[in-house]
Design a protein around this ligand. Structure first.
Ligand SMILES: Nc1ncnc2c1ncn2[C@@H]1O[C@H](COP(=O)(O)OP(=O)(O)OP(=O)(O)O)[C@@H](O)[C@H]1O
Length: 478
């Protein structure tokens, strides 16, 4: 050992020495070439005598991440010095994070392209085991199974990992809502691992570059910190359901509905749904009313920027899990009745769609709510008028321009044809018996519904403490 933070190991049967050295922020690995690994990506460092093992999540340029385990024998070291080296590295690598989290894992063998189990065995489990997480694994055997698991979940888990798409997250949150201690259940952070056909939540947490990277999502299980997020209550026919991501009627509902038989296509089925919707191009027979809080896009953008700057500044000093709630453990009651009209804005014009929700991305190609904040207690709501005075073709052009090339980067937000408000609640009344309605990507009856947000009700694990989506300012040409 040449300095207190440098160590040389020799792999079994190899003549080559690998030098390991760390600063307060990164681990350098030199074995002919130099790899610099942020300490956040270091999972484990242990020894048995002079035999060492150091595991981390590596990455080559912008390629996907991968688990690397270095094994070798230490050259000339005293054991107590070696222990101090290992302990300091782990201390820095796990600053503010509990080591060896106790994790409940739910795997949906049928999500997306049905590779969830194989991906778990090959990629996810080795990372979690390497980080010495304690795992309690369940494979869902039917629709509704994740709901039941969540409903009776023991409250002593450090995280719940969902190896599936957004549908299973929806089930788990609704299971928590029916838990005998809902608030304590919602305190358990969820960590999605993207193996479904719709993985909007993983993209929101990890960003577009890492949103489909299973290793990045698993690293979030080991190192992510809790982030409080709003969840919405959707009331329909007196029944209350929780929705964490989206509620949609009209043209955009075609993204979700009716493409179920195309699961084999993975995310591409949403593009197919979009194109099919565009060809059919039907107005959506509904009346929309909402309790608005912000209507000015520039003001929303300014608040979004301010909150993001604050969250980035606090990123390094975020806190761990909140304590268990002992007194108030019931689900918050609803603030708005379905007959409440005081201060509500009513839209009577024909609309192409109504889309409400939380979190920027609904999928890879659509950053629907770029200024959505995790815990502002508000629902982002968008709708587009049919523009009856315009020719059919120009309305279609208007729609395509809003949802074309730049929709993946939040460009829809700035389009003048798209009405965007932040509301504390909203209501949709169908004006005809036929139509499509989807909640968090799942099909719901096309019947009147009302939505309101519960501020900071649920918890997610997040690498950053804010949604990883970046919206550019108002373009010079709208
Ligand atoms: N073993 C199972 N067999 C069949 N369906 C299941 C099973 N386990 C869970 N499910 C259901 O699979 C559905 C899809 O889950 P999820 O959304 O997570 O994956 P997905 O591939 O992204 O699908 P979606 O198209 O809904 O986004 C959920 O509604 C869930 O209830």
């Amino acid at each position: 050992m040449s300095s207190h933070r440098e160590l040389r190991i020799r792999a079994a049967g190899s003549k080559k020495l690998t030098t390991l050295c760390y600063t307060d922020t990164e681990l350098s690995v030199t074995d002919g070439r130099l790899d610099k690994v942020p300490l956040r990506q270091v999972l484990a460092a242990r020894r048995n005598g002079l035999n060492m093992e150091v595991a981390y999540i590596g990455r080559k340029k912008k390629e996907p991440m991968f688990l690397t385990t270095l094994v070798g024998t230490v050259e000339e070291a005293e054991e107590d010095v070696l222990d101090a080296w290992l302990e300091t590295l782990l201390h820095l690598a796990y600053e503010g994070v509990k080591r060896g989290r106790r994790v409940k894992v739910i795997i949906n063998p049928h999500s997306g392209t049905k590779k969830g189990v194989a991906v778990f065995n090959k990629t996810i489990e080795p990372i979690l085991r390497s980080a010495q997480c304690t795992l309690d694994i369940s494979h869902t055997t039917r629709s509704g199974h994740a709901y039941e698991i969540a409903k009776t979940l023991s409250l002593d888990y450090d995280a719940m990992v969902i190896v599936s798409g957004d549908g299973l997250v929806h089930e788990v949150l609704n299971g928590f809502a029916h838990h005998e201690q809902p608030l304590n259940a919602f305190r358990i952070p969820l960590a999605p691992i993207p193996t479904g056909s719709g993985n909007g939540l993983a993209i929101n947490l990890l960003g577009m570059a890492d949103g489909f990277d299973v290793c990045a999502a698993t690293l979030n299980v080991v190192k992510g910190l809790p982030m409080k997020v709003d969840v919405c209550s959707l009331t329909q026919n007196g029944k209350r359901t929780l929705s964490f991501m989206s509620q949609v009627v009209g043209l955009i509902a075609d993204l979700d509905i009716g493409t179920d038989h195309l699961r084999w296509m993975g995310e591409a089925r949403f593009t197919y749904g979009f194109l099919r919707g565009l060809i059919q191009f039907k107005a959506c027979p509904v009346q929309l009313s909402y309790k608005s809080v912000q209507v000015d896009k520039d003001e929303m953008f300014a608040i979004y920027q301010k909150r993001r700057t604050e969250a980035k500044a606090n990123e390094a000093t975020r806190e761990g899990l909140p304590e268990l709630a002992m007194d108030e453990t019931a689900l918050p009651s609803l603030k708005y009745s379905t007959t409440d009209e005081d201060g509500w804005t009513v839209v009577d014009k024909p609309l192409l769609y109504v889309l409400g929700g939380k979190g920027p991305y609904l999928g890879r190609d659509f950053m629907a709510f770029p200024v959505s904040l995790p815990d502002d207690g508000l629902i982002d709501l968008i709708a587009q008028e049919v523009f009856a005075q315009k020719k059919y073709q120009s309305a279609r052009t208007e729609f395509l321009s809003a949802f074309g090339g730049d929709a993946a980067n939040g460009g829809t937000f700035w389009k003048s044809s798209v009405n965007y408000v932040k509301a504390s609640a909203y209501r949709v009344k169908p004006l005809s018996p036929k139509g499509a309605f989807a909640v968090d990507g799942e099909v719901f009856p096309f019947e009147e519904y009302q939505v309101e947000a519960h501020q900071g009700l649920a918890t997610l694990l997040s690498p950053h403490g804010y949604y990883a989506a970046e919206l550019a300012g108002r373009p010079t040409k709208p």
